[in-house]
Design a protein around this ligand. Structure first.
Ligand code: GAL
Length: 375
């Protein structure tokens, strides 16, 4: 039972964001769209996210909500259902995380990608699922599970990495977790997964101005991020990709483009526990990417975790505000691993200045903050 059910709230229209507070949909139910992302299509925002129950395995699928003002969200139901077929790769009990959907103007299809751990494989599977729909809210039809970029070296591969392939293949079956390797930080997971495809965990999608779409994900046991261009129909990987931040351990990547530069928001790797957020910038999508440090600044809010712990949240998406060029909202989840369904959301405005961006806590705020200079 959702503890945030409150029928009296259905009538009150929201005019502000209230970070980390219960966020009620049009039915007065706390929004259930964790690890989510937002698609804008024909005047409407669609918020997709993990439908959580009490457990972290997917029992329902991906939930979608719609809004025209970003404050008030209408429940549009389940966009992607888990399957009742035990043979399905998205059978109930698999793990579906961080779903993102984008629109392909050339095919007229909506394409969803998500991090998938197939049932019974623990969290060692690290594959990506892709699903397609004819309308933004779905139903999305599952296509397949894939390990990206099998048999293709990244654009920035080194000769040493290529030469080490045979040695790296001996690592098949090993993982960072519990590995006996004497120098785990230097294990060649790129080579280990060269033939079978690269591991893909926390992820986002980013569509550039020219319509090229990119799948950005934590790979190599989370030790590096991969940026991989999708095919023109967005349904597979094009084989053009780079690895960035090798052995720097990022999760929860999110991306936006502003003033011709690419900006990233991500986290460290501490599971459901909050950690310090990270930011980075590049002049081109392939990099070089420069880390800019923790973007969260300002005082610790009353009775909350402070900026060193991302106010208790972990990034999931950067939302471009329509009709306000340069205005972006950083979206975070506050995970509640003992009560997943009531995990909450922190949305904060990104403030760009002096070659970086910052995120400051606000108890409540509205889009007019973007009218102020420097935002
Ligand atoms: C987090 C990750 C989440 C989820 C969790 C499981 O680090 O960002 O999406 O996978 O670990 O422990």
């Amino acid at each position: 039972m959702n503890t945030y059910m409150n029928s009296s709230a259905t009538s009150s229209l929201q005019t502000k964001f209230h970070p980390d507070q219960p966020w009620l949909d049009n039915n007065g139910v706390h929004i259930n769209a964790h690890g989510g992302g937002v698609l804008f299509h024909e005047g409407v925002y669609y918020w997709f996210g993990e439908h959580k129950t009490l457990v972290e395995e997917a029992e329902v699928g991906v939930h979608v909500y719609s809004s025209t003002d970003l404050y008030n969200w209408k429940d549009e139901g389940i966009a992607l259902q888990v399957s009742d077929d035990p043979q399905s790769e998205i059978t109930r009990g698999c793990i579906i995380e961080r779903p993102k959907a984008i629109y392909n103007a050339a095919t007229g299809k909506f394409v969803m990608w998500f991090h998938l751990e197939r049932k019974g494989k623990g969290r060692k599977d690290g594959v990506s699922g892709v699903a397609v729909a004819d309308t933004p809210v779905g139903p999305y039809v599952f296509q397949r599970a894939v390990r990206p970029d099998a048999g293709v070296w990244p654009l920035n591969v080194t000769e040493k990495q290529k030469a080490g392939l045979d040695e790296a293949q001996k690592l098949i079956g090993t993982a960072f977790w519990g590995s006996p390797h004497p120098d785990r930080a230097k294990m060649d997971f790129l080579g280990r997964d060269f033939h079978c495809g690269q591991m893909a965990k926390d992820m986002t999608l980013f569509v550039d101005d020219d319509g090229s779409a990119y799948h950005v994900f934590s790979s190599e046991e989370n030790s590096a991020l991969h940026i991989s261009k999708l095919s023109d129909d967005y349904l597979s990987h094009s084989g053009k990709w780079v690895r960035i931040f090798e052995y720097l351990w990022h999760e929860a990547p999110a991306l936006c483009k502003r003033d011709g530069r690419y900006w990233m928001l991500s986290s460290n790797c501490t599971g459901w526990d909050p950690n310090t957020a990270r930011s980075a910038v590049a002049d081109g999508i392939w990099g070089p990417w420069t880390e800019l440090g923790n973007p969260c600044v300002g005082p610790t809010p009353h009775q909350r975790l402070g900026p060193a712990l991302t106010f208790g949240g972990q990034s999931t998406y950067i939302l471009p505000v329509q009709g306000r060029p340069g205005a972006f909202i950083a979206m975070f989840d506050v995970w509640r691993p003992n009560d997943h369904i009531n995990g909450s959301y922190i949305w904060l405005p990104m403030k760009f200045e002096s070659g970086r961006y910052t995120l400051e806590w606000r108890d409540s705020w509205d889009l007019s903050v973007f009218d102020q200079a420097g935002s």
